[in-house]
Design a binder for this molecule. Structure first.
Ligand code: 6GU
Length: 228
């Protein structure tokens, strides 16, 4: 998979994609993430990419020309399965969306800033609009990084067996069970004895029960969806 991200502050995301699982996923050739500075596609000497809103009002609007030039330049090099605009008025991102997008070939993310992009960008180029929740960020960069992270770790081969995505919270609308590691006793506090039993079926049963209990109490909405 290839993920391109267009932003006015690409540096914000640079170190994020250069670390941990995202770094390994790229080094192993499973995914390539490329950041693009929208200002490189500005036609003005001052590299301007925004302008006043028609009709007045506070806040700048991201102009259609630099974005169109940038997207068309990228499209001339490869096909994109989705062109995604990160915006608080998009559809809320969840694990299901992450699963779907992880099966795609190439994704292009456009990060909104200021008062957002000229509506013609959305009408002419965007195939999907995503929000990461009901709060407003100062830009779409963190949101794009969140989505890319959730997507990349689902690409086959990116995670090894130990970090398998199959047992994640949300994968089946259930929260993950409690986990423990050594020591088996810390300051007099032990761990559930079943985890030391070596009895795999019993352990799986315990984990499943714990998942159900956690989901019931913490996320009754998810529990409903799980159909259990
Ligand atoms: Cl995608 N962008 C911004 N600016 N704020 C957000 C968001 C996106 N999702 C939630 N809040």
């Amino acid at each position: 998979m290839r993920i391109d991200i267009i932003s006015v502050v690409p540096k914000l995301m640079e170190s994020f994609f250069a670390h941990s699982i995202l770094k390994r996923g790229q080094e192993a050739g499973h995914v390539e993430v490329v950041l693009h500075d929208l200002r490189d596609y500005s036609l003005s000497k001052q590299r301007q990419v925004d302008d006043y809103a028609f009709g007045g009002g506070a806040g700048m609007v991201m102009s259609v020309e630099p974005i169109a030039r940038c997207i068309r330049h990228l499209q001339s090099e490869r096909h994109y399965d989705e062109i995604i605009y990160m915006t608080p008025d998009g559809e809320t991102f969840n694990q299901q969306t992450a699963n779907q997008l992880s099966l795609q070939g190439n994704l292009l993310f456009l990060c909104g800033h200021y008062k957002g992009v000229d509506q013609r960008v959305r009408d002419m180029f965007i195939t999907k609009e995503i929000s990461i929740g009901d709060y407003v960020l100062s830009g779409g960069e963190l949101a794009a990084a969140v989505c890319a992270d959730a997507i990349i770790r689902l690409i086959p081969g990116v995670l090894n067996d130990e970090t398998s995505a199959l047992t994640d919270s949300f994968q089946d609308n259930l929260l993950a069970p409690p986990v423990y590691t050594r020591p088996a006793e810390f300051e007099g506090v032990g761990i559930p004895p079943v985890l030391l039993s070596g009895h795999e079926a019993k352990i799986n049963e315990w984990r499943f029960e714990q998942s159900i209990e956690r989901t019931k109490t913490r996320r009754p909405d998810l529990y409903q969806k799980s159909g259990l």
